[in-house]
Design a protein around this ligand. Structure first.
Ligand SMILES: Cc1ncc(COP(=O)(O)O)c(C=O)c1O
Length: 445
């Protein structure tokens, strides 16, 4: 019988085989941070120390950790149907979940394609966009437009349209035929904005420049995160996304919203598309779909896109794409239970109600040591720090380590602290998060 994680007593030499993702492996293995258990808003490390989770795991555990209803659903399903092949076969929960999800998706998005992660959702959406244009006779539309500072996972499609330099520079030429819109982050114009900044909608017009350069007839899709998360929570300027929608529609370009972080209540609405009242043609999700419990992602598409593929002889496969684990039974069971919890506990509304307190707490860090910006929307917040001369990221990483020592898990990216607590977070916990960060900031150089 394999030991459970909290029964293992790992020695330094036991840490050498595992190559950790997006991690400073050598630093970690010198001073490991091992999470062994979780409940609600908290983790416990392998020594039994309690850690308040200010980032919902990794922007994903929206219903809080180890929710009993979700745990039960996964356990039950594991004993009923472990696996079923998703190609040319189905299992009931896939259909049930798709029906359930399309009750809360924007009204134009009524088809669901399952994946296992955000990266796979992104690559799936990009492929659907290109194939869709080809299927309807505009096969020259292959160009993809992303945005600087965008994060769309780590597949070749995702890093090609993505705009975080460190995630791209080591990996060669990536996909051809990709261009980027400028990002919208500008501290001079936007610092300390509460909610959406007023300045910057005009940056959407840069799409016109790219259309003029490449011609619309070569462009398949534009992909953006409605609120950019991983690069440090960049909130879209008022009117920006609507303008982007108008321009995409004008030029016959599909608009893809990557809602891997913003989906499932993060802004106090089911999706950011609802919050901003902008409907994309394709939408990618993951994370909150199962509240992080079992890997799962999905792409939502319009009926029109789906129907475009439903031609030709009925016995032929229409889209040559999918994953061994698309719509896995455990993931579907988890997702169904999570959707139930969202609804029964009114968690999207709860996030909306908590947002003003969260905003006040995040902005209370204005004036704290090293802080050069605070920004927020829904339950997404960021505190940007001045970088140490010649040592970008070092200060924020130290803050991360010191917060962890004080029993608080935050996330840093560059010199930005990102906060995205579970939707069950309490006011006192929010206050504790920002108070701890303030204390720690005073102790770092
Ligand atoms: C907007 C966005 N897209 C895609 C991804 C990739 O998701 P995954 O890590 O599940 O592949 C992420 C992950 O943080 C994300 O934030």
């Amino acid at each position: 019988m394999t030991l459970l994680s909290d029964q293992l007593n790992l020695k330094p030499q036991d840490l050498q085989s595992y190559w950790m993702p997006f991690t400073a492996n050598r630093q970690f293995k010198q001073a490991p941070r091992l999470l062994a258990r979780a409940q609600g808003m908290y983790y416990w490390d392998d020594k039994g120390n309690k850690v308040l989770d200010a980032i919902a795991g990794l922007w994903c555990c929206n219903v809080g950790h180890n929710h009993p209803k979700v745990v039960e659903a996964i356990q039950k399903q594991a004993s009923v149907l472990d696996y079923s092949p998703p190609f040319q076969m189905g299992q009931p929960l896939q259909f049930e979940l798709a029906n359930r999800l399309t009750k809360i998706t924007p009204p134009n998005l009524q088809k669901v394609f399952y994946t296992n992660s955000g990266s796979e959702s992104v690559d799936t959406a990009l492929k659907i966009a290109i194939a869709y244009h080809r299927a309807r006779g505009e096969g020259a539309r292959t160009r993809l437009i992303g945005r600087e500072k965008g994060y769309h996972g780590v597949g070749f499609g995702g890093i090609s349209v993505g705009g975080m330099v460190a995630n791209r520079k080591m990996f060669g030429s990536m996909l051809g035929g990709v261009d980027h819109l400028p990002h919208t982050h500008n501290l001079k114009e936007q610092a300390y904005s509460k909610g959406q900044p007023q300045w910057g909608a005009h940056l959407a017009d840069e799409l016109e420049r790219l259309v003029a350069l490449h011609d619309a007839s070569t462009i398949a899709a534009v992909i953006v995160e409605p609120v950019a998360g991983s690069c440090g929570v960049i909130i879209p300027p008022v009117g920006y996304l609507k303008r982007l929608r108008e321009l995409c529609t004008k030029h016959g370009i599909l608009l893809i919203f990557d809602e891997v972080i913003t989906g499932f209540g993060r802004l106090g609405t089911a999706f950011a598309a609802d919050y901003f009242e902008v409907q994309p043609d394709l939408m990618t999700v993951a994370k909150g779909i199962t509240s992080g419990t079992v890997p799962m992602g999905a792409v939502f598409a319009t009926n029109q896109i789906y129907d475009t593929f439903m031609t030709g002889p009925a016995h032929l496969v229409e889209l040559f794409h999918g994953y061994t684990y698309s719509g896995h039974p455990l993931a579907c069971a988890a997702a169904l239970a999570v959707q139930e919890v969202y609804q029964q506990e009114g968690l999207f509304d709860r996030a909306a109600q908590m947002a003003p307190h969260f905003e006040a707490a995040v902005h209370s860090l204005k004036g704290a040591a090293h802080v050069i910006d605070c920004r927020n929307l829904g339950l997404m917040g960021a505190i940007e720090l001045a970088s140490r001369p010649n040592a970008p990221t070092a200060r924020a990483f130290e803050v991360f380590l010191k917060c962890y020592e004080k029993g608080l898990l935050i996330r840093t990216t560059g010199d930005i602290i990102a906060l995205t607590p579970s939707l069950i977070v309490e006011k006192e916990q929010i206050t504790h998060i920002t108070d701890t960060i303030r204390e720690v900031l005073e102790t770092v150089e």
